[in-house]
Design a protein around this ligand. Structure first.
Ligand code: SF4
Ligand code: SF4
Length: 390
């Protein structure tokens, strides 16, 4: 079958080209709000340019190349352009890119970093290629119950389980839940990758395998309610798993903590005159319209001032880590890397702490703070860590 017949957005894909409104909805600084365009400043890395290239490839006007694949995979699916686009097909823009990736994956035409990521997730259930027995490493000497019918399953996710920086946030959240008397358990080595990034990279078959594995474990153990550390896992479990018959009550942890604070199940600590700014994770904010819960939790802290960055909520700049780019780093290696731009925006607020609510943002932005040399003035912390450590 011709690619033009397989690609379901053929009738609208050309409409972005020469438009570019999403790059400048307010002022010239808006060009920074598309992570891939901010990084490369080439039209081919903007939404319209990328879709035009995809269209040309699908129509056979240009050949596939590794460079083309890298451009197609440099969109980190942050949905900033969808948020700003005034046209009727705005809600399908990321889908148009993902549909092109589906075709590339089907034909074995992905670039090496994507191939390696997908292979590791397929073979090992995580992009690090580490054994499932290491999924409990984050616990250290903390005793956490296995899931056996408690009120909530704490879904740790691959980053929370394997990334040494994210593990601290994973443990902090477990301690908070224990101290608040929340009944929860974990799947440990029985958990597998949530599949959110595999979906965005266009590997539908792998998404199905991962979702079905997790769903069957959830059903077998009687899971009804799930707390996730990561907004990426939250998105997968909430919005992708129903496609495979997995319907659960899913909470990002900030949503549960906001409820617990309201019910006075635990008290947020009092800090000593600390200024905090918050970075909205795309998969909580633009993907799931949750801007309130993390702010409710931060506002409950005593002795702090929450200062918003100019770019916040729907207009927040992505850290550049979506669509598995926290792992592949297709946008790194430059002062124009989105994570570096974002920490400069955070520093401009005069905040002492850059708070995040996502393990991917945590590692992306902490690395950027180091590269920018801001370590003595700006600390990056997950909200779970702020609540637990101070
Ligand atoms: S996403 Fe919308 S606003 Fe942006 S270039 Fe395409 S049509 Fe224009
Ligand atoms: S989804 Fe984000 S990275 Fe992708 S084109 Fe739109 S603004 Fe750029």
């Amino acid at each position: 079958m011709e690619l033009t017949e397989e690609y379901k957005y053929m009738d609208v894909i050309h409409r972005c080209f020469r438009c570019g409104y999403c790059k400048f909805p307010q002022d010239w600084e808006d060009v920074d709000n598309c992570p891939s365009y901010a990084r490369y400043r080439l039209e081919s890395y903007s939404n319209g340019g990328r879709l035009w290239l995809i269209r040309a490839w699908i129509r056979g006007e240009i050949p596939w190349s590794e460079h083309l694949a890298n451009i197609v995979y440099s969109c980190v699916a942050c949905k900033n352009c969808e948020e700003k686009c005034p046209l009727s097909f705005a809600g399908d823009i990321v889908n148009m890119v993902v549909a092109a990736r589906n075709l590339m994956v089907e034909q074995g035409l992905v670039a090496p970093p994507v191939k390696q990521y997908l292979e590791k997730v397929q073979l090992h259930g995580n992009p690090w290629g580490l054994g499932a027995n290491k999924r409990k490493q984050w616990m250290g000497d903390l005793s956490v119950e296995s899931y056996q019918g408690q009120d909530y399953l704490y879904f740790v996710g691959s980053e929370g389980a394997y990334d040494s920086r994210a593990q601290k946030a994973t443990r902090a959240l477990a301690e908070i839940l224990q101290n608040a008397g929340v009944s929860f358990g974990v799947l440990g080595s029985e958990e597998t990758d949530d599949g959110n990034e595999a979906e965005l990279l266009g590997e539908d078959g792998l998404v199905e395998v991962l979702a079905e594995k997790n769903i069957s474990k959830f059903n077998e153990t009687g899971v009804k309610k799930i707390i996730t550390l990561s907004p990426h896992a939250y998105n997968a479990l909430k919005n992708i798993y129903p496609r495979f018959g997995g319907n659960f009550e899913v909470y990002h942890y900030t949503q549960l903590l906001a409820e617990l604070l309201k019910a006075e199940r635990f008290q947020a600590p009092k800090l000593d005159s600390v200024k905090i700014t918050f970075h909205d994770p795309c998969f909580l904010g633009r993907w799931n319209n949750e801007y309130r819960a993390p702010r409710k939790v931060l506002q409950a802290l005593g002795g702090t001032q929450l200062i918003e960055m100019g770019r916040n909520r729907e207009s927040a700049l992505c850290c550049g880590g979506g669509s598995a780019n926290y792992f592949m780093d297709l946008l790194g290696g430059s002062p124009d890397s989105p994570a570096r731009i974002r920490v400069r925006q955070a520093r401009e607020t005069g905040a002492d702490i850059l708070a995040v609510a996502c393990p991917n943002c945590l590692t992306m932005l902490e690395d950027a703070v180091k590269v920018e040399g801001f370590e003595s003035e700006l600390i990056v912390k997950d909200i779970s860590e702020i609540l637990n450590e101070y």
